[in-house]
Design a protein around this ligand. Structure first.
Ligand code: KG4
Ligand code: ZN
Length: 348
């Protein structure tokens, strides 16, 4: 291809997962290693920012070594660096950004700061020995980026060309899952547990609200559902809750999936792109995947869903955005620091 940056080492520390990846200019993931902090945060029922950043600082350097070793590559074969600089927890982002800037100086390598959501949007285009997007899948596509921290609907026209067409007006979809799971005493993060229990439950038993489903826009709202979930649980005794846990999870999950897919279907129809993507931690949800593939089949649309390892937070997706941008000649300045929100020109 004649790209001068053939291989990038990428770092992701925006929230509670420390992740390092080695990726080529063809989008091939040579290694991606992540350290999960769930156990450290579980006793608190949510992410504790101080614990997250301390764990990142302890993990990041050994994880870089592990990733290089796993890929069989040395520093002499790394041509550039990429790191998530926004949006996220400031203390967590700081660890990744400072590490990558230091490596850029020490190893004399170009580096680039990447928006975390951009990573999720490009994740379906990653490749490895077991995964690649459906044949012919390319820009433009419609992407539903849903996780613990964000729920956005984007029209992705190319790298750096992201039109935000819808977003949550209150809580993120993953947050709704996690809060409901916490109330049920299912542990943190709760989305996976709700998904598991829902598999043998009745999605019609409890009537939960579908916020904003009929409004003529592509925005979401999950706070009404969160309140309805809490009320439903308050109305049940401990034993009743235990007996109904599968139905509760299935009904709650169905309400989220209904809203997400209704908006996505309408947006895809209006934009006439014929290509849709599910990405972000919540896209790991089995019911959402099943119903999204039914929808795509029924509509004749191409659906790309990254495998679980690239749905949840990971450095490979950051590396993909990074390697493309570096090969376009983009570089970040050493004066650049982390920021809690996206930059004004990240999205249109
Ligand atoms: O993208 P991600 O790893 O981190 C953020 O950037 O937030 O997403 C984490 C979120 C959590 O809220 C978690 O409960 C949710 O994704 N999640 C799920 C499932 N797996 C993870 N939600 C529903 N069903 C799942 N199977
Ligand atoms: Zn994320």
């Amino acid at each position: 291809m004649g790209n001068s940056i053939r291989r990038v080492l990428a770092v992701e520390t925006s929230c509670d997962d420390t992740s390092v990846a080695l990726i080529t200019d063809q989008g091939f993931v040579e290694a991606c290693c992540s350290a999960n902090q769930d156990l450290a945060h579980q006793p608190f029922g949510g992410i504790v920012p101080e614990i997250a950043s301390r764990n990142h600082s302890e993990t990041i350097l050994p994880l870089i070594e592990t990733t290089l070793k796993k890929s069989g590559k040395g520093w002499s074969e790394v041509d550039g660096l990429a790191v998530t600089s926004r949006p996220g927890l400031m203390g967590s982002l700081m660890v990744g950004v400072v590490t990558v800037k230091t490596l850029a100086l020490a190893k004399k390598l170009p580096w680039i700061a990447v928006n975390h959501i951009e990573g999720h949007l490009l994740a379906p285009l990653l490749k490895d020995a077991e995964y690649s997007a459906p044949p012919g899948f390319d820009f433009p596509y419609l992407a539903l980026a849903i996780s613990g921290g964000h729920s956005h609907l984007f029209k992705v026209e190319g790298v750096g060309r992201y039109k935000l067409i819808g977003r949550t007006v209150d809580d993120a979809a993953g947050e709704a899952f996690d809060k409901f799971a916490a109330r049920l005493g299912l542990g943190f993060p709760g989305g996976v547990q709700v998904d598991k229990l829902a598999q043998t439950g009745d999605p019609k038993r409890f009537a939960f609200p579908r916020g904003m489903i009929h409004e003529a826009n592509y925005d979401f709202s999950f706070s009404g559902l969160k309140t309805a979930g809490a009320r439903a649980l308050e109305g049940l005794s401990h034993d009743e809750r235990r007996a109904a846990v599968h139905d509760l999870c299935a009904s709650f999950q169905e309400a989220i999936v209904d809203v997400l897919l209704a908006k996505m279907e309408r947006a895809a129809e209006a934009s006439d792109l014929g290509r849709v993507v599910l990405t972000g931690g919540v896209s790991a949800n089995s019911r959402l995947r099943e119903r999204a593939s039914d929808m795509a089949r029924r509509r004749g649309w191409q659906l790309a869903v990254p495998p679980l390892r690239y749905c949840t937070d990971n450095a490979a997706m950051i590396g993909l955005a990074g390697v493309i941008r570096l090969n376009r000649g983009e570089r970040s300045e050493l004066s650049l620091g982390p920021r809690a929100d996206s930059a004004p020109d990240d999205f249109q």
